[in-house]
Write a protein that binds this ligand. Structure first.
Ligand code: DGL
Length: 277
């Protein structure tokens, strides 16, 4: 339990916390590293509880609070919810929970803003987990922007576990992706939102299906820009120095280790951090 009642002043050199159910949020962490190369990153992959997309809102909220506690314990100045399922289930709660200690950024708002600016009046498909699609958060937030976007959401629950298992760029992943994308819900779309942070890992295969004719919108770069903007506005950009990144997982998995190396191009030490003992 946290006893801070007054805002805690954060230092620019404090780390940025990032979390997801597994490897998906590494796509966001990677974009942040590219955009803000001096930031110290602490990544938490809740591999013991993935996939989040099939869990109840209450379960995801409980996991998110536990993870926020870990990130706050490490002094994070900002927490990035690098997961659409957790952003749709737990953003409001987390914002309230860490209110005095850190700023929270979710992956949905920067994307909604991007769609409203660049795709107003268009018909846009969206694929994501059951939790994200059933929450209705994207249509609700887009509605608030009055962007007149016709959104066609489709839950694609097999994709995140498939990617997490390292199944991509092979015959099985091709067939599953083909099956989902040929669903009539997505007929006639002019762009497709990848509303799960795991999906940039199968971007090539999705592109192949559309022969490059449908722009694919993933949130990693927009979230990194939103973070940069916040840090700039609050004089919290890390000073130029070699950053230190730390990776925590609630359960050790080979695929997580392989994915960290894929993105960060070096041997990464994974710290095992069970959320419940
Ligand atoms: N990467 C996550 C998302 O953006 C979670 C996928 C999952 O664990 O189901 O929704």
């Amino acid at each position: 339990m946290r006893l801070f009642l007054r805002p805690v002043k954060k230092h620019a050199s404090a780390p940025v916390g990032i979390f997801d159910s597994g490897i998906g949020g590494l796509t966001v962490a990677h974009a942040i590293q590219q955009q803000l190369p001096h930031e110290n990153l602490i990544y938490f992959g809740d591999t013991a509880h993935l996939p989040y997309g099939d869990k109840s809102e209450a379960a995801i909220q409980a996991y998110s609070i536990k993870i926020a506690d870990v990130l706050l314990k490490h002094g994070c100045k900002v927490i990035v919810i690098a997961c659409n399922s957790a952003s749709s289930a737990a953003y409001e709660l987390l914002k309230e929970y860490v209110r005095h200690e850190a700023h929270i950024i979710n992956v949905i708002d920067p994307m909604v803003e991007f769609i409203a600016t660049h795709f107003a009046g268009k018909t846009i498909g969206l694929i994501g987990t059951k939790r994200t699609v059933q929450s209705g958060v994207y249509p609700r937030r887009l509605e608030l922007c009055h962007a007149q976007v016709t959104l066609k959401p489709l839950a694609t629950p097999l994709l995140a576990p498939m990617i997490e298992e390292g199944f991509f760029n092979n015959q099985i992943s091709h067939e599953i992706i083909q099956q989902y994308l040929s669903d009539e819900t997505l007929a006639g779309i002019e762009a497709l939102v990848l509303a799960c942070t795991h999906y940039p890992l199968i971007q090539q295969e999705i592109n192949h299906y559309y022969q490059g004719a449908v722009p694919l919108l993933d949130s990693a770069a927009t979230v990194a820009r939103a973070l940069q903007q916040y840090l700039q506005q609050h004089q919290l950009l890390a000073p130029a120095a070699t950053p230190r990144h730390q990776f925590f997982v609630s359960d050790y998995t080979d695929s997580f280790e392989a994915a960290t190396q894929l993105f960060f191009k070096k041997q990464i030490r994974l710290n095992h951090y069970p959320l419940w003992n």
